[in-house]
Design a protein around this ligand. Structure first.
Ligand code: IMP
Length: 186
């Protein structure tokens, strides 16, 4: 079975990726913690590629990386690639987005996820992007999920990500869409 190293320091991403990639004959494994990759690039795609390439070359193994975040139109795309760094905790990050949006009526936003798979020589062999459209609510709603889920409302389902069952979120989310596309390339 081929080994695929998950290029993230977040151990929570391993079971999630295992779930999405369960149809494939790959054995997923978390990258060693001492191999740290700083996200220095300015787009989701460039950061995902950087993480996959760096880890693949350092270990001489196949590697998969993702980069994702929330893009709020009225905030000129913020928090974007800085989503994880927009505050110290999830609630501080949510509070900051709500404060910066204030009474703004244009509340459209997208969640974006880019996935990249690198071969042991560092060449990118597959890359995909998933986008989920939504709106930023005035206050949080729902208790499931993580991150900005409670303020991201998906009009089609009349629910925030934090109100959705894990199965529904997996199907409609930016990450779910990106994995579906990636699977067709592998
Ligand atoms: P990454 O781990 O560098 O990709 O960080 C992405 C950041 O974007 C996370 O820390 C969250 O703040 C946010 N984010 C990405 N995907 C989601 C999601 O599905 N729900 C809520 N927040 C998300």
């Amino acid at each position: 079975m081929r080994k695929l190293v998950v290029a993230t320091s977040n151990p929570g991403k391993l079971p999630e990726m295992q779930q999405y990639l369960k149809g494939l004959d790959w054995q997923l494994q978390l990258k060693p913690p001492e191999l740290d990759v700083v996200e220095t690039e300015l787009t989701f795609a460039a950061n995902a590629r950087l993480k996959a390439i760096t880890v693949a070359k350092a270990l001489g193994e196949w590697a998969i990386a993702d980069d994702s975040g929330l893009v709020v139109e009225a905030l000129q795309g913020a928090p974007g690639i800085y989503s994880a760094r927009y505050g110290k905790t999830d609630s501080e990050r949510i509070a900051r987005v709500l404060r910066e949006l204030g009474e703004e009526s244009h509340r459209r936003a997208q969640f974006v996820c880019v996935l990249a798979v690198a071969a042991p020589d560092g060449s990118i062999i597959a890359q995909s992007q998933g986008v989920c459209e939504g709106e930023i609510l005035n206050s949080p709603r729902g208790t499931q999920g993580f991150g900005y889920d409670p303020i991201f409302y998906v009009v089609q389902y009349r629910q925030t990500f934090a109100q959705m069952s894990p199965e529904l979120k997996q199907r409609v989310s930016h990450r779910g869409l990106a994995f579906t596309q990636l699977l067709s390339q592998l």
